[in-house]
Structures are given as structure tokens and as C-alpha cells.
Design a protein around this ligand. Structure first.
Ligand code: IMP
Length: 422
């Protein structure tokens, strides 16, 4: 498989968890490189559902090593909960999970500030997951963050936390919010720190040694291209680099050690949270929600839905260097007479074939659609490319071509077996 970066090519929730699980079969090590427990990767093994937030889904396969890289922000209490949840489901994390010592911590004041800032923004809110992600990355950039290496050093953690709580309590008071108790946060985080200590290591050196012995590494992206802090629909984005470059900075593995980039995209478009979504369509949303689909794995929020947007996915191919495409949720379109895909935007008299950086312009973009006949046949039991309805194959080929990369996987359901290799 060589070293593979997997990214979401839309606004997150592309079904990456399932594709990561499928690709993990060929990998030795799976690495998470950005984001935090704002992510939710759902994987089904038989009848059992696993929802992972911070731990790479590679943990579900025996003999795979999982790494939480330096680019991730970790809520340690939450991570302990996730580990305990896996242990209860009979999944071992002993000797196969490593956590970067330089990954930053999400602290309770980050969560509180996330919430307060959203309230202050009112109708202009971002619609964050309220997991404290933005404020935690903010502290990292401001050089006021605490890291895993601090958490596992009892004296240092106590001293640093005391200063940070004092300062942040002043900010919380200014928001009219309740200040935090140092003693309570300290006790809770130290307990989590003791539990996590055996997993904490220099993951950069670990991954470097692994590449030298030719281990194959899968870098699993969280969120999606248009939630990227640099390349997304700012400010309606998350606070990390969700695009392929983030896999290098978030792991310490150099760009020239990467061999391919796989972009995951749904056969339609979804988004949670606020911000422009040019192809948004209420009928598609109602149809998918009625099928019980498109509710967030982390917050349970109903996702906004729309037609496939190839202006977006082509842009994603460009900024990520996508070589191969995995299209998921094809079966979500099984009942439609006609399927639309956006092939360009119109703003006034101008036609655009890229995502404009000004979100006010993006909000005004009218999609230009191509229409495809629906296949009107259930596809969830199909296992071979040739057995897919011809109209479904044509649609998949068209959206891959419009996105500018090679289609290699089509997914027709959440199970491992519901995967068609093209
Ligand atoms: P934050 O990452 O919680 O700060 O949220 C910022 C934006 O990213 C919001 O619109 C969230 O809904 C969105 N977001 C964050 N994580 C995910 C994810 O895993 N899937 C989809 N959207 C996400």
C-alpha cells in the first residue's frame, strides 16, 4: 500500500471511518494527525457499531499499531473514556497505541470558551461541536498551550495549570460564565494523565524508524477539505489543517515519504454547522433523514444535505493532490429518478469553476447542474463493479472525472463487505 494519506474531500462526514477501516487491512500503522474529539468515525464490524473520536479506527484490527500524532489536540479525560469503552467492547489497546508527547491538551476552559464565543456570535455562530477545539489550537498558536508531555509530569503540570486557570477564569468572568475550580480540573486531569502515561512517547522518532524498516503507514484525516483552517470556507471551518499537508506537520513524517493521497467523498454533499453550502437542497435532506441517514456521529445533529458538488471536489483534488477517489453512500441515491451534480457556479453574469475565497461570494453562488438518470435499483447488496447498475457506474465515472482523479472504491453501505473495488 505504501504510505497513504486519506482526506475528506468535502465538508467532513464523507464516510472516512469505513474507508480507513478497509485500507487499514494493508497498513501496519495508522496515524491520526489533526483535529480532536470533534471527529466521529463510525465503523461497523458485523452487528457491532464502534464510534471513535480520537483513536484511529485501526485499533479495531489485531496487529495494527495506532498513533495519535503531534498535530492532534487531546482531551485526556475523554480519551480515557474512549479507551475504557473499547476495553468494554473487548478491544485491546495494550502495546498498539502510542500518543505523541507534543500533542496539545484540550482543557475545560477551552470547552467553556468555545461555548461562550458561539453564544457571543449569535446568529453568526460557526456551529462548532463545542469540544473546545478552536480555543485549544488558539492556545497552541499563542504558545500558551499545555501538552501531553506536561500532563505526565506532575509538578510541571500543576504549576502550568494553575497559571492557565487563573488567566482563563478572568476571561470566563468577563463572559459572565462561571470560573473553574483549579483543584477539580487538576485532580481529573492528573488521574487521566496517570492512565495515559504508558502510551505517551516520541511518536516522530517511532514513525521515522517505522518508515526506515519500510512499514506501511496510513494517515487518517479527520473533518474535510472545506473545514481546513487555511483552505476551507473561513471562518466556518475547524481549527486544524484537514488537507493532506496536515498529515506531514501533524505526524513529523516528511512529504517525500508520502506515496499517495486518497480523497473520500460522498455521492452527494453534506455539512454540519453553519457556512455556505452551494448545492444545499431540502428535498435531498428530507429524503436522507427519512432513511435514518445523515445524523452526526459526535453531536447527533441532522446534517445539511445537497447534490454532489464537483467544483468543490475538483478544488479538493487540487489542494490535496488527490490520486484516488473513494465514493461513499452511493446507495443513498438509489431511489431517485434524476440525480444532479454541480459542474460550475454562476455569480451574476460570471461563471466560476473554483471555490471563491470570499464566503460572501460563495454564499451567492448559484450551482450549474448536469443531470444523470437514476438507476432506481437497490445497490447495497452489490459487491462487484460490473454488477452495479450501468447508470450508477456512469454516474460514478462522471463524478470522478469531474473531480479530476481516478475512482478506485465505491461504497454501498457501512459494512466492510459493502465495498466495491473498481
Ligand atoms: P469545531 O471543529 O468543533 O470547532 O467546529 C467547527 C466546524 O467544523 C463546525 O461547522 C463543525 O460542525 C465542523 N466539524 C468539526 N468536526 C467535524 C466532523 O468531524 N465532521 C463534520 N463537521 C465537523
Amino acid at each position: 500500500m505504501a504510505n497513504t494519506i486519506l482526506v475528506g474531500a468535502q465538508w467532513g462526514d464523507e464516510g472516512k471511518g469505513k474507508i480507513i477501516d478497509v485500507l487499514t487491512e494493508q497498513a501496519d500503522i495508522v496515524v491520526r494527525t489533526q483535529g480532536g474529539n470533534n471527529a466521529g468515525h463510525t465503523v461497523y464490524l458485523g452487528e457491532t457499531k464502534y464510534v471513535l473520536h480520537l483513536i484511529p479506527s485501526g485499533i479495531l484490527r489485531p496487529k495494527k499499531t495506532c498513533v495519535i500524532g503531534n498535530g492532534v489536540v487531546i482531551d485526556p479525560v475523554n480519551l480515557v473514556g474512549e479507551i475504557d469503552g473499547l476495553l468494554k467492547q473487548g478491544i485491546s489497546v495494550n502495546g498498539n497505541l502510542f500518543i505523541s508527547e507534543t500533542a496539545h491538551l484540550v482543557l475545560p476552559y477551552h470547552r467553556e470558551l468555545d461555548e461562550q464565543r458561539e453564544i457571543l456570535k449569535g446568529k453568526n455562530k460557526i456551529g462548532t461541536t463545542k469540544r473546545g477545539i478552536g480555543p485549544a489550537y488558539g492556545d497552541k498558536a499563542a504558545r500558551t498551550g499545555l501538552r501531553m508531555i506536561d500532563l505526565i509530569n506532575a509538578d510541571r503540570f500543576e504549576a502550568l495549570l494553575r497559571i492557565r486557570i487563573k488567566e482563563n477564569n478572568e476571561v470566563l468572568k468577563a463572559f459572565g460564565a462561571k470560573p473553574l475550580s483549579f483543584a477539580k480540573v487538576h485532580a481529573e486531569y492528573r488521574k487521566a494523565g496517570d492512565r495515559l502515561k504508558p502510551f505517551v512517547t516520541n511518536t516522530v522518532v517511532y514513525l521515522h524508524k517505522a518508515t526506515r524498516r519500510k512499514a506501511e503507514i496510513l494517515f487518517e484525516g479527520a473533518q474535510g477539505t472545506f473545514l481546513d483552517i487555511d483552505h476551507g470556507t473561513y471562518p466556518f471551518v475547524t481549527s486544524s489543517n484537514t488537507t493532506s499537508g496536515g498529515a506531514c506537520t501533524g505526524s513529523g513524517v516528511a512529504p517525500n515519504r508520502m506515496n499517495r493521497v486518497v480523497g473520500v467523498m460522498k455521492a452527494y454533499t453534506t455539512r454540519v454547522g453553519e457556512g455556505p453550502l452551494p448545492t444545499e437542497n431540502q428535498e435531498i435532506a428530507d429524503m436522507l433523514h427519512k432513511m435514518g441517514r445523515e445524523f452526526g456521529a459526535t453531536t447527533g445533529r441532522a446534517r445539511r444535505c445537497g447534490w454532489f458538488d464537483s467544483v468543490a471536489t475538483r478544488h479538493a483534488s487540487m489542494v490535496n493532490g488527490i490520486d484516488e477517489i473513494a465514493v461513499t453512500n452511493l446507495d443513498g441515491l438509489d431511489t431517485l429518478d434524476t440525480i444532479k451534480a454541480c459542474i460550475g457556479y454562476r455569480v451574476g453574469s460570471e461563471r466560476l469553476d473554483y471555490i471563491p475565497n470570499d464566503i460572501e461570494v460563495l454564499a451567492k453562488c448559484e450551482p450549474i447542474y448536469a443531470e444523470f438518470p437514476g438507476w432506481k435499483t437497490p445497490t447495497h447488496e452489490v459487491r462487484e463493479w460490473k454488477k452495479l447498475p450501468a447508470k450508477a457506474r456512469s454516474y460514478l465515472k462522471a463524478i470522478a472525472e469531474l473531480s479530476g482523479a481516478k475512482l478506485t472504491i465505491a461504497s454501498v453501505g457501512p459494512a466492510r463487505a459493502q465495498t466495491i473495488f473498481v
